[in-house]
Structure formats: structure tokens, C-alpha cells
Design a protein around this ligand. Structure first.
Ligand SMILES: Cc1cc2nc3c(=O)[nH]c(=O)nc-3n(C[C@H](O)[C@H](O)[C@H](O)COP(=O)(O)OP(=O)(O)OC[C@H]3O[C@@H](n4cnc5c(N)ncnc54)[C@H](O)[C@@H]3O)c2cc1C
Length: 646
């Protein structure tokens, strides 16, 4: 039975982390090299953790499924990374970043973790500058900032539209240094398939070599999961095609609580879906909302004419355009948080004002910005994004407004972790997007990179020592212990079961159908009826999958269909938990919009009396209802109020 203890340190909010550091247990240098740490993931969270832990002296084994750590999904991040440096002198502070993040998450995050995040944010920038990350600079040489949603200050550091790539190259160089020194052993093209526990503690993982098909056992004194988010449960998302929820799900099945699984982020500015055969969606960075203005036609007949191809957006006069975000939210305008902007786009499209051939699109227009700043400035800021848009849509966004629509983008939910970033399984940690911790019910733009790097560079190096200090007498594991042998056999049995189905339908066809159920019922608008439909349909689809999926090839060879099948099998379970969690949370908050719970103006209406908690689910067996545990959230530094961006 799981017991939630967030282990929040005593003291004032601003002193907690310092107090923690002052009193946490340490491991001396000669003992560190006796301890093995497994880090799964080489994205910003994983690479930062692996490099830092190795630099400190631990022996690290680092895993990813790509052929190079540099290909982790973090590389896709475009817009930037937040920090409270206050370089523009516009009133920013650690408290304000903390406040914006808690408010942006609609008061469903744990204050102490978020405060620490804001506190270490400035160190991240220093660290990255020291690594040589080419952040954009102002004319005078100071690092430049731009604005992201949910903040009235400019605190987003960026490297054109490729911030994730540049940050990942920095983390990768730190990692490579440790690989060269022999402190990190890198295992690429490995698919994690399970976790091994000995005496209740996480002691290793089972992976499949994706090139040879060989099953391998790897042991360590602690296991750190930095395996990213599970947005691909929806099939279509902005995530990398390989992003998956499997390691998180394996951890859940081995006793780690899964927190707020229904909290997923729908990003307002993505290139709209254009057909049934599409397998990927593309994000247009939120940074574009610094200068782009969002609108739809004011008159329905204009919207219809546009949809029928009889009118062009450039032919709609200024007074006939509805800049609905500026109209509804004058204080934040086009820079309202993502959940608010997404719902507002849906509302306009549902009301018949949408554009594009499907009517499921709104405009993001740079005409005014180009007039004000000149094309060259707009190009310098967003050139690569404009180029990407033009390649995909075959339309020139310097001349015609971009079309955008909300799409699944990020998972705020994830493994429940305490202040140490430890899950409910001793010795098992979760970092970055894989954990639930800092973003509540809605993540603010440019805060995921901040969190991943905070977790990896600045939090886990301290908190893991607190655990490992008691482990210095535990000898290295060999991987031949009975627990390893047993889990390895279970992994093989499951794989053989999948291969032996020999059905008629492709893995992708099931994934697509699951995505459809999820988007329709557990998507942007959720209600009891839809959620019950999802809860009825997903188990049926899962049964069909286990009876009729067809996986060509064999197990002891390169077999991407087998790889996908395992992930879709997990999504078919995770999706159900998401629907259950969404049904339980009979309130709206952030990205979780229960249609039954809205204000008269259609905004999310929280129910703090009944739902100011983290929902942490405990696995109780296949096809058995999971148990809900609640971590009651206490707000000491910030007062709970209705979110307002007007
Ligand atoms: C298009 C796009 C743009 C974005 N832009 C921004 C932005 O501008 N600013 C911002 O703050 N956030 C942004 N985000 C969000 C941000 O990029 C992610 O949340 C963040 O990079 C996640 O980092 P991570 O280290 O937690 O995981 P990831 O980068 O997803 O890395 C996961 C790692 O785990 C490994 N892994 C996963 N599953 C397995 C498995 N089964 N076996 C073995 N290894 C596994 C992978 O190989 C990989 O190395 C963006 C997201 C998208 C989709």
C-alpha cells in the first residue's frame, strides 16, 4: 500500500532548499565510485543528470532508444527557456517566476518544488552560458529575452527557434566528456522494458537491444527515469514519433504512483491536421505569439467564403477581423497561457468562425509586426519557424497569415515524486517531463526546459546523495540475482505473447483508433458522458489488440513494429487511467476542462474545496481498478484565487 510523503523541508518557502542542502546527507568521494546509477534518458533532464552525477564521481550507465543521445526529443524544443534573471529590468524576481508558474498551473502544483525551480533557474542560464550555448544577445552583449504566455515580464532566453537543440548540445558535450573519462557508459538503441526491484528498492532495468534484439539486464544502486512525456497516447501530437510512456508505465506497475495522468497540455499554435493519413503534428513555437496576432473573421459569411476558397485572409479588412484574445484578455492579449488560448480557438471554431478547409484553424498574423519591425527583424527572430511552416503548408507566412490549431503537446502528469524527485519506489527517481511535479494543471511556455535542466543539473545531484549515503555498504549487483532473472523472463514472455498473436491489424491502426477515442473524449473538452465512453471503449480496443494485432518479423532482430507494439500496449492501459483520472476530477483546472465546471464566461472553474490535491494512482493488478491516493496541496506562499488574465 502506497503512502504519500512529499518530504517538504521545514521553514519559510524561500529557505527550504537552502535548509535542505545544508542538512542533506553526503557521500564522500571515495564511496561515490562504489555506487552505480542507471539514468534512462538522454534528453535535457537525463543528459544533465548523467553528466552531473558522473562529474560528481558516481559510476553512471545512461540509456536511450535513439542512435545518439543528441536525438532525444528535447532537441525539438524551439522557443526558449525561462529564468528569473530580470535582465530586461521589467520587474522579474524568483518569487514572480514562482508565482506565475503556480498560477499558470491553476494552483495544482506543489509550492515548495516550484519555488526551488524558480530559485535555481538563474543557475541554469549561467551553466549553459559557461557551456557555450549561443543564446541570442542584445546589441550591447547582454543575453536577450522574449515573452512567453502567462507572464507580464520577458524572461525567456532563446537561441533562435532552436533552443532545445542548443541546450541539448551543451548537455551532450558535458555528457561526452564523462563518457570519454569512463564515468558514463552509454547504451544507445536500447528500449527499456521493465524495472527490477530487490527488497522493495529499484536496483536495475531490463532493456532490449533494438539492433540485435538481445535482452539485457543492467543493475545499479539507484535508477533515474528521465524518459519524457506520454502525449503520443493521442497518436497525433507534436511529440517526437518515438516519445512514449512505457518506462513510466513500467514503473507504475512496479509500485510507483502515477500522478494526475489526465493533465495534458494542448498547445494552441500547431499546424492544423490536414488529413486522415497524417501521423505527426508540427508545433509553431509559442514565441511567435510575441509578435503574431491571432484572429478569425468577425463575420460568419467571411469565414465560410474562406473555407470555400472564395476569399483570402488578406482580403479581410482590419475592422472585419476578430482578434479574440486581445478582445477577451486585454491584459495578456495574445500571450495568455496555452490552455486559455487553446480553448478560445476551439470556441471560435465551434461557433463557426474557423478557417482553413476544415474550419478547424485560426490565423496567426505577422502583417502588423512586419510593418512595425521590418521583415528582416521578423526573419531574424523566427526565420527557421517560417521556413518550416512554408515547407509543410506550401504557403508563405510573410505574405499570408499562418493557420494554426491546438494540438496535444506536453504531459504535466507523470510519476508522482517527493521533494527529492523520488517516486514511491525507494531508489527510483523521475526527472523532467516524466515526473508530475512542477506545472500543475497547465505548463507555462519555456518552463519544461527549465524544469528538465533544473532536475538534472541542480536537484538530483543533491537529493540522490541523501538516499545513497545509506547504500555505500551495498555491494554492486551482478544482474544475475533471482529478481533480475525473473523479470527478464516476464519481459520475454510478454514479447512472445505479442509475437504469437499473429492477427490481421497493424500496430499503428490500433494506435490511431486509441488516439481518436482519446482526442474525442479525453481531449480539449471533457464531460462525464464522454469519459465514460472512453472507459468503455478503451478496454474493448485493448482486448482486440491482444487478439488481432499483427507484428511481422522476429524478436531477435531489428524489429521496429515489435518496439511500437510494446508502447501501444502500454498506451492502451495508460489511456484508460487518464480517462479515469479525468472522470474523478470533477472540476476544471488548467488544461483539464470539464465542461460541467465552467464560469459564465466559459473559463475553467476550479473546485478548491474538493480537488486541491494531487491524484496519485496505485496499480492494483491488470483489469483491477487502481486505488486513488490524495496528496493535499497546501498553499502557504500564494493565495488561491480564480485565475484571471483579463
Ligand atoms: C515541438 C516541441 C517544442 C517544444 N518547445 C519547448 C520550448 O521552447 N521550451 C520549453 O521549455 N519546452 C518546450 N517543449 C517541451 C520540452 O521539449 C520537453 O518537455 C522536454 O524536452 C522533455 O525533456 P526530457 O529530458 O524530460 O525528455 P526527452 O527529451 O523526451 O527525452 C527522453 C529520453 O528518454 C529516452 N527514452 C524514452 N523512452 C525510452 C525507452 N522506452 N527506453 C529507453 N529510453 C527511452 C529517450 O531516448 C530520450 O533520450 C517543446 C516540446 C515540443 C514537442
Amino acid at each position: 500500500m502506497i503512502k504519500l510523503d512529499a518530504k517538504i523541508p521545514e521553514g519559510q518557502m524561500a529557505d527550504k532548499w537552502t535548509n535542505y542542502i545544508d542538512h542533506a546527507k553526503l557521500v564522500n568521494p571515495s564511496n561515490k565510485r562504489k555506487l552505480d546509477i542507471i539514468v534512462v534518458g538522454t534528453g535535457l533532464a537525463g543528459a544533465a543528470a548523467a553528466a552531473s552525477l558522473a562529474e560528481m564521481g558516481y559510476e553512471v550507465k545512461n540509456f536511450c532508444y535513439q542512435d545518439s543521445p543528441r536525438r532525444a526529443h528535447s532537441i525539438a524544443a524551439q522557443g526558449g527557456i525561462n529564468a528569473a534573471k530580470n535582465y530586461p529590468n521589467d520587474g522579474d524576481s524568483v518569487y514572480r517566476l514562482f508565482y506565475d508558474t503556480v498560477k499558470g498551473g491553476d494552483y495544482r502544483a506543489r509550492e515548495a518544488n516550484v519555488y526551488r525551480l524558480a530559485e535555481v533557474s538563474n543557475s541554469i542560464i549561467d551553466q549553459c552560458v559557461a557551456q557555450g550555448i549561443p543564446f541570442a544577445r542584445e546589441y550591447g552583449g547582454l543575453l536577450d529575452n522574449r515573452s512567453f504566455g502567462g507572464a507580464q515580464v520577458s524572461r525567456t532566453f532563446y537561441a533562435r527557434g532552436q533552443t532545445g537543440q542548443q541546450l541539448l548540445l551543451g548537455a551532450y558535450s558535458a555528457l561526452s566528456r564523462q563518457v570519454k573519462k569512463g564515468k558514463v557508459k552509454l547504451y544507445t538503441r536500447r528500449d527499456m522494458l521493465d524495472i527490477v526491484k530487490i527488497d522493495g528498492r529499484a536496483r536495475g532495468i531490463i532493456v532490449r537491444n533494438l539492433v540485435t534484439g538481445e535482452i539485457e539486464k543492467h543493475s545499479g544502486h539507484a535508477v533515474v527515469l528521465a524518459t519524457g512525456g506520454y502525449g503520443n497516447v493521442f497518436y497525433l501530437s507534436t511529440n517526437a514519433m518515438g516519445s512514449n510512456g512505457s518506462p513510466v508505465w513500467q514503473a507504475y506497475k512496479r509500485g510507483a504512483a502515477m500522478a494526475n495522468p489526465c493533465f495534458v497540455q494542448i498547445h494552441p499554435t500547431c499546424i492544423p491536421v490536414h488529413g486522415d493519413f497524417q501521423s505527426k503534428l508540427t508545433l509553431m513555437s509559442e514565441s511567435l505569439r510575441n509578435d503574431g496576432r491571432i484572429w478569425v473573421p468577425k463575420k460568419k459569411e467571411d469565414a465560410i467564403a474562406i473555407r470555400e476558397g472564395k476569399l483570402k485572409p488578406t482580403q479581410i479588412k482590419e475592422e472585419d477581423r476578430d482578434y479574440y484574445l486581445e478582445r477577451r484578455y486585454p491584459a495578456f492579449g495574445n500571450l495568455v497561457p496555452r490552455d486559455v488560448a487553446s480553448r478560445a480557438a476551439k470556441e471560435r471554431c465551434d461557433a463557426g468562425y474557423g478557417v482553413g478547409t476544415t474550419g478547424l484553424a485560426v490565423y496567426l498574423d505577422f502583417e502588423e509586426a512586419i510593418g512595425r519591425l521590418g521583415k528582416s527583424v521578423v526573419e531574424a527572430r523566427y526565420g527557421n519557424l517560417f521556413q518550416m511552416y512554408e515547407k509543410i503548408v506550401d504557403d508563405n507566412p510573410y505574405e499570408t497569415p499562418m493557420m494554426i490549431y491546438p494540438a496535444i503537446h506536453y504531459s504535466m502528469g507523470g510519476l508522482w515524486v517527493d521533494y527529492n524527485l523520488m517516486t514511491t519506489v525507494p531508489g527510483l527517481y523521475a526527472l523532467g517531463e516524466a515526473n508530475f511535479s512542477d506545472h500543475g494543471a497547465n505548463r507555462l511556455g519555456a518552463s519544461a526546459l527549465m524544469q528538465g535542466l533544473a532536475d538534472g543539473y541542480f536537484v538530483i545531484p543533491y537529493t540522490i546523495a541523501d538516499y545513497l549515503a545509506d547504500q555505500i555498504h551495498v555491494p554492486r549487483f551482478t544482474g544475475d540475482e533471482p529478481e533480475f532473472v525473473q523479470v527478464e523472463q516476464e519481459v520475454k514472455d510478454r514479447m512472445n505473447k505479442l509475437m504469437n498473436i499473429k492477427g490481421t491489424k497493424s500496430v499503428d491502426s490500433f494506435h490511431k483508433r486509441l488516439g481518436h477515442i482519446m482526442w474525442e473524449n479525453v481531449g480539449m473538452g471533457r464531460n462525464e458522458e464522454g469519459l465514460r465512453t472512453a472507459l468503455a471503449e478503451i478496454p474493448k480496443l485493448r482486448e482486440e489488440f491482444w487478439n488481432d494485432v499483427r507484428i511481422p518479423g522476429g524478436t531477435e532482430e531489428y524489429n521496429p513494429e515489435l518496439e511500437k507494439a510494446g508502447r501501444v500496449a502500454d498506451f492502451l492501459e495508460l489511456g484508460e487511467l487518464m480517462a479515469r483520472d479525468a472522470l474523478n476530477r470533477n472540476e476544471s483546472c488548467g488544461g483539464h476542462f470539464r465542461e460541467e465546471s465552467q464560469t459564465e464566461e466559459g473559463e475553467a472553474k476550479r473546485d478548491d474545496e474538493n480537488f486541491a490535491y494531487v491524484a496519485a494512482w496505485e496499480y492494483k493488478g491488470d483489469n483491477v481498478e487502481p486505488e486513488l491516493h490524495k496528496e493535499q496541496l497546501k498553499f502557504e506562499a500564494i493565495k488561491l484565487v480564480q485565475r484571471n488574465y483579463k
